[in-house]
Design a protein around this ligand. Sequence first.
Ligand SMILES: Cc1cc2nc3c(=O)[nH]c(=O)nc-3n(C[C@H](O)[C@H](O)[C@H](O)COP(=O)(O)OP(=O)(O)OC[C@H]3O[C@@H](n4cnc5c(N)ncnc54)[C@H](O)[C@@H]3O)c2cc1C
Length: 462
Amino acid sequence: MTPLAPALLRRLGEIFGDQRLLTDPADCLSYGYDNSKRTVPPQAVVFAQTHEEVQALVAACNEFRTVLVTRGRGTNTTGATVPIHGGVVLSLERMNRILRISPGDRLIECEAGTLNGEVQAEAAKHGLFWAPDPTSAGYSTVGGNLACCAGGPRAVKYGTARDNVLGLRAVTGAGVSLKTGCTTTKGVVGYDLTRLLVGSEGTLAVITQATLKLLPQPQARRMLRACYADVSAAAAAVSRIMGQPETPCALELMDGEAVRLAEEYQRTGVPAGTDALLLIEVDGSPESLEAAVAAVSTAASGPGLVELKAAATEAEAEALWACRKVLSPSLRKIAPKKVNEDVAVPVTRIPELIDGLRDLSRRHAIRIVNFGHAGNGNIHVNLLADPEDPAQMRAITACLHDVFRLVLSLEGTLSGEHGVGIEKRDYVGWEIAADTLETMRALKRTLDPLGILNPGKCLPGI
Ligand SMILES: Cc1cc2nc3c(=O)[nH]c(=O)nc-3n(C[C@H](O)[C@H](O)[C@H](O)COP(=O)(O)OP(=O)(O)OC[C@H]3O[C@@H](n4cnc5c(N)ncnc54)[C@H](O)[C@@H]3O)c2cc1C
């Protein structure tokens, strides 16, 4: 990699001072990895504290034709923050102030490096919450959540990051300062640049501040676990639940492999004869809850139901969630190098997806474990293989390609929430038509003409 120009380093020193600029390779190393487990060290790391500093940084990177990779906390799973071409990493970890909260307007304004969990804690003081609830909420940033359009179990009822942001401050790759959106929940003036930037993985602009939409916390909730004799019965129940008016605030599916793995790791009381289960949470006011639980229970009941259990207390609810929570550690134990995809299909096509995955597992002799946010049709498909076995590693790639073909044939999408990064960049053209893709590249050229922002991520050919 070509070293950074001394004049650029001097400029970075002027903008950030010695305390907020790292150039020693040993210091830079820990800003070159993310949760994809890839690592490429950047040549410099800077810690911005203001929008104006970000603007000055983008101007300098343009002047010296230097790559700039924006980083929240590096929890993404797709290599999106790995500086594969070197250059400068902009860490927003010190831009983490909550600027204001207005309960009456149901909004909060914060800097992009604020942690999701810090927003939730501030909102909770006023009986409010921000809907995006990735499992990483305690250590991922609002900027990262927006740039990846993060979601979580609650998205089935309350939506993802894209549905819960009112406006942004940002600096484009061309160095233009943007203020997008407004502070009201209605607003139709101008193009919707907010939604363009959400999910763009740091390739169009650096988000510096966000105005987030808050929602009132539900006053009551009830947890249900529905166990089924087979995964097709569970998948059919998901369609029935989503086809009636009471939307649960979580609707998670685990297939038979996932249930067995979780039970092997730690027994959580799943009854014999279970080969798939749904974890369902219903929320609302104390007055409306019983009727909502009854409606969802009726929809969950049907052919193949083995047991439907409702938690009477918080402790019982925790016990029902337990088998979902032990799943990740149990998977990590048996397959440290699993391929974890997060495809999504329309809810009514989940049964076809599950049947198709079973066929592919048999055909390629690859063990596949499925679980995830079924209410959004967002299934985490885990392909397990021994990384030391070249034949299995070849089979896993062929199997993965067939999984993607299957998902697209069902009108699905290759990523529901984890994004593209490097991992899925070369498959984007499988889903998005050439003309549409070219329009996206034209937008990239407009907002980032020299292509300095996070090159090699998100779209092929940028
Ligand atoms: C244990 C664990 C559980 C997870 N669970 C979920 C889950 O349930 N749902 C889910 O959706 N994801 C989940 N994730 C993935 C990840 O946490 C999310 O994608 C999260 O939104 C990333 O936030 P971050 O601050 O770590 O961003 P980073 O990983 O640092 O960055 C992600 C991308 O956003 C860009 N970016 C970051 N900040 C900005 C900014 N201010 N302006 C412009 N671009 C920016 C980066 O360049 C990069 O392309 C999980 C990850 C882990 C490790």
